[in-house]
Design a binder for this molecule. Sequence first.
Ligand SMILES: Nc1ncnc2c1ncn2[C@@H]1O[C@H](COP(=O)(O)OP(=O)(O)OP(=O)(O)O)[C@@H](O)[C@H]1O
Ligand SMILES: [Mg+2]
Length: 582
Amino acid sequence: MKIEEILDNLIIVSQENINTQDELINHYVLFKGNKQIVGEIINIKQNKLIIKPIGELINNEFVYGITSKPSIHSNIELIKENLIDSIISYPDSKNSLYLGHSAIFNNLKVNINLTNFFNSHFSIIGSTGSGKSFTLSKILQTLFRDSNKVPYNASIFVFDTYGEYYPSFLNIEQTNSKCRFKNYTTNFEDNSELLRIPPFLLDVDDLAILLNAEDSHQLQVLDKALELVNIFKRNDSNIEGIKNDIIARAILDILLSGRPSVQIRDQILSILSFYQTKELNLESILSQPGYNRSLKNCLIIDTDGKLREMELLTKYFNSFLIEQKNIKIPRGSIYYTLSDLENAIDFALISEGILKSEKIFDRNCNLKVRIHNLLDSEYRNFFDYPNYISKEGYIANLIVKNGHKAQLINFNINYVDDRFAKTIVKILTKLLFDVARNVKPRASIPFHIVLEEAHRYVQNDNDTSLLGYNIFERISKEGRKYGVLLGLITQRPMELSETALSQCNNFLIFKMTHPHDVDYISKMIPFMSDEVCRQVQSLPPGYCYLFGTAFKLPIMIRIDKPNPTPISNNVNIQKVWFNNEE
Ligand SMILES: Nc1ncnc2c1ncn2[C@@H]1O[C@H](COP(=O)(O)OP(=O)(O)OP(=O)(O)O)[C@@H](O)[C@H]1O
Ligand SMILES: [Mg+2]
């Protein structure tokens, strides 16, 4: 072999008698000169091999990427199959993870670098049926089944959109006694534990997503409601005066609103039906020289349609006003239910509504309708939490099973509608992120969040304009520092936020049929050549290209079939259609 020409990123080598042409494609050659440069034969024309330099052998170790070209006088030799192993695969070790076989060198196993794979975001992309779910199952089975290296402190959360992973993860515990698998379900009839989210841990942003808030006025109402519920559900005699003040101010606003008496009376009755204190309730006594009357009796409207005791009431409520001492009541530190939140929203709507135009009031009322509908639906059960728990305690519970650390936590969200599934995924992810941000030392408890159908969650929803961020985009940018890492699985990369995708360090690319998708992805992955883009469009199921920091070099591999497989098999038409014997 002899170098004929050195081009920008290709080397043309002449070779006599090439008769097994096809077999040479994708093989590796070594240019031996001052440096030992490894190249891949990417094409053959007549007696010429077109070779792409891909890396160097330094102290007999293959390093991907080249810093210089081979010298024109290099000796060239074909790398023998027994040496290729070290070019394409990491050696077996505690820090490697076996993934599958080389698609070119069928007998060669490919290990990836475990740390580099799990210390950054990764993405698995491919059309439907290309092998993404099988691959996730295989990766996690391999990770947890090896009893020589147990990732005891791993916490991998899988959002299982189609409820397909349970059987493939189930026997992890049998094969590795130190590992635990936990399954949460959204199916009320399942044997697994029902997924429950404590309503008292939801903050304004969570409520905005849950109740589909549309604008900043609605955020204000939700913020107010959270302030109210956190004050009124607290049994603390020190804040009794604050409670009275809040009720009195809201009622004074109503009394002075100039609205019709009937409306004033009804709104005061509503306010006092949500919140009362020992001193301030419908039975409270208003004293006047000569007679005492209950607050309820003072709200009677006379025959002229007037609230006769307007003056008395105003004076009475004024007496509860206190100089607001700006006491900061911590949120999320007491127990309350979703219906407590409904009351708080009702109260907040009335008191905010008095000061706002009718139009804004009506718009804000959507929130009331939505929380009411939620409470009326069976989805309310997902917020039925029996006792108080802190955010940290809640997450700690998720990753413990019968007193043992659980490493793999699957959320089967197949049984709720898409919008609600999205809400659950976002709320849980935000809880995980909030907790991870407070962990000291930073990133000492890594959380991996794997999203099936990631394009549904990591897209430009209205949360970006309303809340200023999408939790997944945020994690894709900031999560690595705190050890919160995303695994994005998608068949629609173009619908996935570019920000999130571009932050992934490792990609597994399966068959992609749509050229636009291929084009989009190839722009994110610098090593994806035109040739690879073409090949990607016709890969068989289970075959994929690996790109990224966890792989020795960009390479096509065949992923081993997981055992057991997830329930994502193609329909068996032969068996189903033609089995018509009655
Ligand atoms: N590694 C593999 N080895 C053998 N067969 C495979 C492999 N991966 C996938 N297949 C075949 O392809 C089918 C679909 O695989 P899988 O469910 O993983 O696709 P998917 O990419 O997750 O599709 P979807 O986007 O619809 O969820 C499997 O039922 C199986 O028959
Ligand atoms: Mg799938």
